[in-house]
Design a protein around this ligand. Sequence first.
Ligand code: NAD
Ligand code: UDP
Ligand code: UDP
Length: 343
Amino acid sequence: VAAMRAQATRGGATGYPPVKKLHSTKKLRVLITGGAGFVGSNLVDKLMREGHEVTVLDNLFTGRKKNIEHWLGHPNFNLVIGDVVEPVMLEVDQIYHLACPASPPHYQYNPIKTIKTSTEGTLNMLGLAKRVKARILLASTSEIYGDPEVHPQPESYWGHVNTIGPRACYDEGKRVAETMMYAYQRQGGVEVRVARIFNTFGRRMHPNDGRVVSNFIIQALQNKDITLYGDGSQTRSFQFVDDLVDGLHALMNSNYSLPVNLGNPDEYTVGDFAATIKRLTKSSSRIVRLPSNQDDPKQRKPVITTAETHIGWRPKWSVARGLAETIAYFERELADAGGEIIP
Ligand code: NAD
Ligand code: UDP
Ligand code: UDP
């Protein structure tokens, strides 16, 4: 396949998705850490289509080569299998720093590694950004607000996090990562951007991701029990991945350097969300209640006026339209897996 693609490229037509031809003065060298993951690989597609040179740095812990294989061998694309916890020498103009497991079962699987990824990993990417004078964007999270006592959450809210609970490796890791971003801005003159990302779903979510959207859809499509943790009254607000990718890109290229919430304020109780997915998939699954997870945030919804005002962004995808596309994606994943996936 690679040889055929190389030949096709030489012949003018390409076996790759179409990419714009950018003048060399507009072409950026972009590093995406975590670029083989769910969000990262969707961002790779946007930047590759725009004609930039994209390098992915990923240790494939939760990411998949499959997510980026359509670009392997393309002259604008580089894949580096490596860990952000190790120093790395690259020459780039922009860094989207996304490397970090994001789903609770994945980040709790090896909490020490999660802490190292957010601390040492972010330090290395900031050292790199400082050396090569690249602008760096951190994929932070709504989780820095913890189990919020202010609802909905504006960026000015300082959060309510249990420092010693099972989620702390992720929450506190991201909080100190944010702190490091602004320390390097003040002390090292690094240009920083911080996106506080709220729950996101869409194509390329790992079937074994373990977060609510993939679990519920995979369970519903197989008519297996839908696993509701707790009484289902806790809330989340869900955004489709294409909106997030547009928001990350808008933030990176804006002049705004304080943290920005990126999320869709469309809020659901998790119980209603289970019923919605059951209906959309025409499933005969039962919704079963399991014990709730410790420190599970009871409510979450972004205030997005900062994004609207300063980077001209707001979500365009309704949850229903995003879910239709995501359900179709998981139907294909199920077929590829031979008809059964245990999420
Ligand atoms: P994901 O697990 O699909 O992707 C993370 C990627 O990082 C994977 O490809 C993984 O292999 C890679 N990775 C993990 N540790 C690494 C390390 N030490 N070195 C190199 N690569 C490493 O998760 P995602 O949903 O795509 O999340 C991407 C980023 O966005 C994460 O930083 C996450 O914290 C943040 N975020 C995501 C959401 C969401 O709802 N998806 C919400 C808030 C924040
Ligand atoms: N670093 C890196 N790539 C670079 C430059 C730095 O991985 O191109 C790492 C470096 O190894 C260090 C971290 O980034 O661990 C912080 O670098 P900085 O220069 O800020 O600190 P110092 O090296 O002085 O401790
Ligand atoms: N959840 C659930 N069943 C599942 C997975 C998650 O009820 O199979 C709940 C979980 O307890 C939480 C919400 O859905 O209240 C969102 O969980 P997720 O892991 O997707 O992300 P979080 O926002 O907690 O990081």
